[in-house]
Design a protein around this ligand. Structure first.
Ligand SMILES: Nc1ncnc2c1ncn2[C@@H]1O[C@H](COP(=O)(O)OP(=O)(O)O)[C@@H](O)[C@H]1O
Ligand SMILES: [Mg+2]
Length: 364
């Protein structure tokens, strides 16, 4: 079967691990063990096989194993649509992390083209309740799974915006200076919003006409003023907002202020008003729909990192989730405190017990 999967993972001096190697057949992996054993650390290592700061959004130096603090290294064999790649990402004690694909030094954004990875982590239990930033990040991670260049557009946009914000802070008034930087922001910003809207469309489409136990959601993208985003001329919008932005000392409008809205379809209730369990089920639903859409577009579902995902799901939903993972053919890496949580997988998943000792976490 063509799928995206990590078949070999080596973690070195990362978080609670000194050295560990995991071999998989490409099937789902269930990591179980007590709190603090080192389960999430493995998902975090996997998340660093994609562009960005990983699923905890930590600084690179926070992830080096203490007390040694000698940097860290994560290597993986990635099977992606019939091809096999060797990926390596290293933090050697200063600067940022470096990336090699098949022995060649490359950029983090290049990772996104071969490793499509999305995740659900416990802090997202508050995703629909907390501020827009988390929802935007979540949507951007899904967008990146469809369109790897999304990561680069985001970097380009942020770089240009930092420049504009500096000018705003210094009270610079020269329209020509603004015009240049606003053109860059408008260009990358337009791509970002196009990708986000495309992702929302594909996910909504993938929610219809499917047998699923998970609720469907009406999704939308709104801007800082709460109006639906239509990808129009951002350049004019930035120019028109200069006066207000100068007053605030930063850019008040644009894709960096967008928000993902969600409505629980069956109940016509905004996601933020739903119960914790419903909110979790919505997130799972979106992840699964993203997986279905991606396997249609691209031939494989992404790698799914599901940290403690069964916590707010009743047993029927848990089992439904597992069945959907299997039928998607996705390599899900899941964590939970007990092995019994994943019983319904039977021999369709690989089970690994995570333990900790004074010499570091280890697997059985
Ligand atoms: N940089 C680090 N160096 C050494 N140990 C770390 C580092 N960061 C986190 N840890 C340890 O990792 C453990 C938490 O691992 P985690 O994967 O979150 O556990 P869980 O199994 O509950 O998901 C804690 O014991 C913590 O002290
Ligand atoms: Mg954990």
């Amino acid at each position: 079967m063509s799928r995206i999967a990590v078949t070999n993972l080596k973690i070195s001096h990362f978080r609670s691990y000194k050295n560990v190697e995991i071999l998989t057949s490409g099937c789902p992996v269930a990591l179980f063990g007590s709190n603090g054993a080192g389960k999430t650390n493995i998902l975090e290592a996997l998340s660093l096989l994609s562009p960005g700061r990983g699923l905890r959004r930590s600084r690179v130096d926070e992830m080096e194993r203490k007390p040694e603090g000698i940097g860290w290294k994560i290597s993986a064999t990635l099977q992606s649509l019939g091809q096999i790649h060797e990926i390596e990402t290293i933090y050697s004690g200063d600067g940022s992390r470096s990336v090699r694909i098949d022995g060649k030094v490359t950029t983090q954004t290049a990772l996104g083209r071969i490793a499509r990875i999305v995740w659900l982590v416990p802090v997202m239990d508050r995703l629909w309740v907390d501020g827009a930033e988390g929802r935007r990040r979540f949507l951007d991670r899904l967008s990146m799974s469809f369109e790897p260049s999304h990561a680069q557009y985001t970097l380009d946009y942020e770089r240009a915006m930092r420049e504009r914000n500096k000018m705003l802070k210094e009270g610079i008034n020269d329209p020509a200076w603004y015009s240049a930087v606003e053109s860059q922001m408008a260009e990358s910003g337009r791509k970002i919003e196009q990708n986000r809207l495309y992702t929302i469309d594909r996910i909504m489409e993938a929610q219809t006409n499917v047998q699923t136990s998970f609720p469907t959601a009406q999704l939308g993208l709104v801007g800082a003023n709460n109006e639906a985003i239509i990808v129009d001329d951002l350049k004019d919008a930035f120019a028109n907002n200069r006066r207000a932005d100068l007053f605030a000392g930063r850019t008040l409008i644009g894709p960096h202020r967008d928000d993902l809205t969600a409505m629980y379809s069956a109940k016509e209730t905004a996601a933020k008003l739903c119960s914790t369990g419903e909110q979790k089920a919505l997130l799972v639903s979106l992840i699964l729909a993203n997986g279905r859409a991606l396997s249609q577009d691209f031939g494989s579902a992404p790698i799914l990192l599901l940290d403690e995902v069964s916590a707010h799901l009743d047993i029927e939903r848990q089992n439904a989730l597992y069945e959907e993972i299997i039928s998607l053919g996705a390599q899900a890496w899941m964590t939970g405190t007990g092995k019994e949580l994943f019983e319904a997988f039977g021999d369709r998943a690989q089970f690994l017990e995570v333990n900790e000792a004074s010499s570091g976490s280890f697997l059985k």
